[in-house]
Design a binder for this molecule. Structure first.
Ligand SMILES: C[S@@+](CC[C@H](N)C(=O)[O-])C[C@H]1O[C@@H](n2cnc3c(N)ncnc32)[C@H](O)[C@@H]1O
Length: 243
């Protein structure tokens, strides 16, 4: 049995012992691997959306806000993209689908179970050669260094950053990435859930820095998989370090 299969069987049995949230994630993997043809990204995305709408709530960016993500990636044409928060790999699929050939996405995910779930979905959809989960967090004192040492994330190399993890970490993690010089001037940063649950400090920072080192468009939208809770997605262009 390979290391991945062994880890997967351990995780499956852990989830069966009553961790319902993780059981839902496993059900999602089964749903996608059983019903989407191997290598079909569109089918995998559609099946995840159906599962999120009908079976169990999933905190994916979802179909409505997913179109904002697709458009932003198409405009940015990233060679190197970074994501904070992989969850089950849904936004990773959308980024991989819209990014140009030869691009790479590194998705920083602190929960190893989620990273494993996302990796299974990426493998099935045929994008695992260009999308990788990095287990950790930007503020853990290790992951930032690993991005440069183990992955191709050098100074000024990140063309696109998707922030979708823990709202209080949005601004501090962005500032750490900037401090490490990873973002290329001209890079796009897309931040989900700035309206709900909300990241007021991130929004305030972008407003105060408008035209200085950032240029931001606020997209009015809705929380994933429903149409009555309003949300905001912020799309910001990094203008470079101010003199
Ligand atoms: C909203 S979900 C991500 C959804 C995903 N981007 C999508 O749209 O398909 C948030 C994820 O961030 C992870 N997370 C929370 N805090 C984190 C942190 N500080 N660093 C990295 N990942 C974190 C959670 O484990 C969870 O999987």
């Amino acid at each position: 049995m390979s290391r991945i299969s062994y880890l997967w069987s351990l995780l499956k049995s852990a989830a069966r012992k009553g961790e319902t949230d993780d059981a839902n994630k496993l059900a999602l993997v089964e749903h996608v691997t059983a019903n989407a043809p191997r290598g079909d990204i569109d089918a995998a995305i559609k099946l995840i959306d159906e599962f999120g709408s009908r079976t169990a709530f999933l905190m994916n960016i979802g179909d409505e806000k997913g179109e904002l993500l697709d458009d932003a990636v198409r405009r940015a044409r990233p060679q190197i993209a970074l994501e904070l928060g992989a969850f089950c790999g849904y936004s990773g699929l959308r980024i991989a689908r819209s990014a140009p050939e030869g691009s790479r996405l590194y998705s920083v995910e602190m929960n190893p179970f989620n990273a494993e779930v996302a990796t299974r979905i990426w493998e099935h959809a045929g994008v695992a050669d260009r999308v990788a989960a990095v287990v950790g967090a930007i503020d853990d004192g290790k992951t930032l260094g690993r991005l440069t040492d183990e992955f191709a994330v050098g100074p000024g190399s990140v063309d696109f950053l998707f922030i979708d993890h823990h709202q209080p970490c949005y601004l501090p993690d962005l500032l750490q990435l900037l401090g490490a010089g990873l973002l290329r001037p001209g890079a796009t940063v897309l931040a989900d859930n700035v309206g709900f649950p909300g990241s007021p400090k991130y929004r305030k920072h972008m407003r105060e820095h408008e035209g200085v080192d950032w240029q931001t468009v606020e997209h009015k939208t809705h929380l994933e998989y429903q149409s009555f809770v309003p949300d905001l997605v912020l799309e910001s262009t990094y203008l470079g370090e101010k003199a």
